[in-house]
Design a protein around this ligand. Structure first.
Ligand SMILES: [Zn+2]
Length: 108
């Protein structure tokens, strides 16, 4: 188990004293016994220290669920990432689009 993952998980926990979340760099992994991890966390907001024990099990990766066909999966795997410009383009397009799909998809 990666210690950075443990720190990240603990940084989603809220301090029991003041309710603020711990910061990853104030979380120290003390050690583990099988699946039970012991972590010391310092709350920068209220200055309290806590000992956190967490049971973290590593399991198999979840099944990949998609409704893409194999061809679509290959095509999108190799596609460029969507950029902010792409989002702006579709925003501008939708602003002007009158809902006429037949003429949009008909080949001229
Ligand atoms: Zn606190």
């Amino acid at each position: 188990m990666d210690e950075r993952l443990i720190k990240r998980l603990v940084s989603t926990i809220k301090c029991s004293i003041c309710g603020h979340c711990y910061e990853g760099n104030n979380v120290k992994v003390l050690g583990h016994d099988d699946d039970v991890w012991f972590v010391s966390a310092y709350c920068r907001t209220c200055g309290s220290h806590s000992l956190v024990a967490a049971v973290i099990k590593e399991g198999p990766l979840p099944d990949f669920i998609t409704d893409l066909t194999d061809d679509e999966f290959d095509r999108f795997s190799e596609a460029e990432e969507i950029t902010a410009d792409d989002v702006l383009d579709i925003h501008s397009f939708l602003k002007e689009f009158d809902g006429d799909f037949p003429s949009l998809f008909s080949e001229e």
